[in-house]
Design a protein around this ligand. Structure first.
Ligand SMILES: [Zn+2]
Length: 242
């Protein structure tokens, strides 16, 4: 595996070694992501791996430590909100983080060919794709063109929210994030096997547009849902989650 212990060539301040010496590779990758998000939230990003030297260094090959399956929303730029740079994240984005065949294939490529140990589903509050699906579910009016494919992919989450009695849009978003995690694992035996073997984890996180912070809403293995807290301080800036 080529995931470096210090993605980005950063010195890795204290890391988690004294409190969690046996963190697995997926757990270390998740800790790196959370640490980057905390830097971003606190207004103290380091912008790692964005210099010319690193650009040249990664030209011969990529070893991203996380796959991001995120919404295309323009305010959800993965490298910015996780404070990472070139070669760090393998990013697949669609409106409403739908998980169709090309997305599944892209995830499988990263996990099996590149050896990436973590898949993160990244959704957010006020998601337009989820709102569009709710509009369709409410009015029955079908959207134009290929937008229908996006809405159709989100509708199962709307039905699940209805069954669970969840009506607020951000609650529905959280359900859709969890649904996307389940879809990835359910539709990709390759990914499910990597997770079963302990080589990979899949975590769904919800991002708050105004605060900039992510919080986990679903995870396989389930322990990843609380890993950020268990791992203790991950970096120089660790503000309490709002
Ligand atoms: Zn969205």
């Amino acid at each position: 595996m080529s995931h470096s212990g210090t993605p980005g060539g950063q010195p890795g301040p204290q890391r988690t070694t004294d409190r969690a010496p046996a963190l697995s590779e997926p757990a270390r990758a998740y800790a790196e992501l959370i640490a980057g998000n905390r830097r971003f939230v606190s207004g103290a990003p380091r912008h790692p791996n964005q210099d010319a030297g690193h650009r040249a260094a990664v030209a011969d090959g990529q070893h991203p430590f996380a796959v991001i399956v995120g919404c295309s929303d323009s305010r959800l730029a993965a490298e910015i909100i996780f404070d990472r740079g070139l070669g760090d994240l393998f990013v697949v984005r669609t409106a409403g983080h739908t998980a169709g065949p090309e997305v599944l294939g892209s995830v499988e490529y990263a996990v099996t060919v590149l050896g990436t140990p973590l898949v993160v589903v990244l959704g957010h509050d006020s998601c337009g794709a989820v709102q569009a699906a709710r509009e369709v579910a409410t009015t029955g009016t079908q959207p134009q063109g290929h937008l229908r494919a996006v809405v159709d992919a989100v509708l199962p989450s709307l039905r699940r929210a209805e069954t669970e009695g969840v009506q607020d849009i951000d609650g529905i978003v959280d359900i859709h994030i969890a649904q996307t995690v389940e879809t990835l694992l359910g539709q990709s035996p390759v990914l499910a096997d990597e997770v079963a073997q302990g080589r990979c984890a899949v975590v769904g996180v919800s991002y708050r547009l105004a605060a900039g912070a992510v919080s986990p809403v679903a995870a396989v293995p389930a322990c990843f849902a609380t890993l950020g807290e268990e791992a203790g301080p991950l970096g120089p800036a660790a503000p309490a989650a709002a």
